[in-house]
Design a protein around this ligand. Structure first.
Ligand SMILES: Nc1ncnc2c1ncn2[C@@H]1O[C@H](COP(=O)(O)OP(=O)(O)OP(=O)(O)O)[C@@H](O)[C@H]1O
Length: 254
């Protein structure tokens, strides 16, 4: 059974067909890359999966559940987390505080327990902080826990955002151009980190990324989109040998 099954998605904006009968599957515990030129529909897929966009047709099945039937907040509770193309961190909060925001403290102990600082809430807060400590450790950020996000190098902030996404204990992680804006020398390290997280946490990952070197080195499967349609899919090896893909989309990295 696939971890994620995107089935015949249709999405239009006025006359623009952002997604056109789009289908693909992501095996549980695997890393699938979505690639294609600007405007191909990659972010639209993420926005449909997370409930920000409502496609006019199709299904997005995760763990046997159609995510399109859930409100956006319930998608996160179903085990799906994402990062955004542009950093969405709070610069005046510390690394730890930013990461804690990805947890669900209030959900675990209830708003009343939170407001009254009941023991149940304090226990939940301790557990959450312990969890944040583990995530920071995993991402090599433990020594920066009390550092303000403001002023940290861009590559570090990308890892903080990843850490925050992991705090919701997702089983499916959607990464939207995690390497965008990174200095060239840091791209391979980020790729290694993503691959390690996938293995250590047993996550399914969908990666949208223009850095084809990273895509080809860490993906189990690559789905190539153009104009909202799937034009090719396969292992990195298969996709990189597809003449149309080489000519049109992979260019310099092939
Ligand atoms: N909110 C929106 N309103 C209008 N058109 C949109 C909206 N979101 C996406 N589109 C259009 O849908 C198409 C697919 O866009 P999308 O952002 O999904 O592509 P993409 O592959 O993620 O591109 P990029 O690599 O540039 O991020 C484009 O033609 C885009 O202009």
């Amino acid at each position: 059974m696939p971890g994620l099954s995107v089935e015949n998605l249709e999405l239009s904006f006025g006359g623009i067909r952002a997604l056109d009968q789009l289908s693909f599957e992501v095996a549980e515990g695997s890393l699938c890359a979505l690639v294609g030129p600007n405007g191909a529909g990659k972010s639209s897929v993420f926005n449909c999966v997370t409930g920000l966009y409502r496609p006019s047709a199709g299904r997005v099945v995760f763990d046997g559940q159609d995510l399109l039937r859930l409100p956006a907040h319930a998608v996160a509770a179903a085990g799906v987390a994402r990062t955004f193309q542009n950093l969405a961190l709070f610069p005046r909060l510390t690394v730890l505080e930013n990461v804690l925001l990805g947890g669900h403290l209030n959900q675990r102990s209830g708003p009343l327990a939170c407001a009254l600082h009941l023991p149940r809430h304090r226990r939940a807060e301790r557990a959450l902080r312990a969890e944040a400590g583990e995530v920071l450790e995993l991402l090599g950020l433990a020594s920066l826990a009390d550092h303000l996000a403001a002023g940290l190098p861009y590559g570090t902030l990308k890892r903080v955002e990843l850490a925050r996404a992991l705090m919701s204990r997702p089983r499916l992680l959607l990464l939207d151009e995690p390497a965008a804006g990174l200095p060239h020398g840091e791209v391979a390290d980020l790729g290694d980190l993503i691959a390690r997280i996938r293995t250590e946490l047993g996550l399914s990952i969908v990666l949208v990324e223009h850095h084809m070197g990273m895509v080809m080195s860490i993906s189990d499967k690559v789905v190539v989109l153009n104009l909202g349609r799937r034009i090719c899919q396969g292992t990195p090896d298969e996709v990189s040998r597809d003449p149309d893909v080489i000519a049109a989309y992979l260019g310099e990295a092939a």
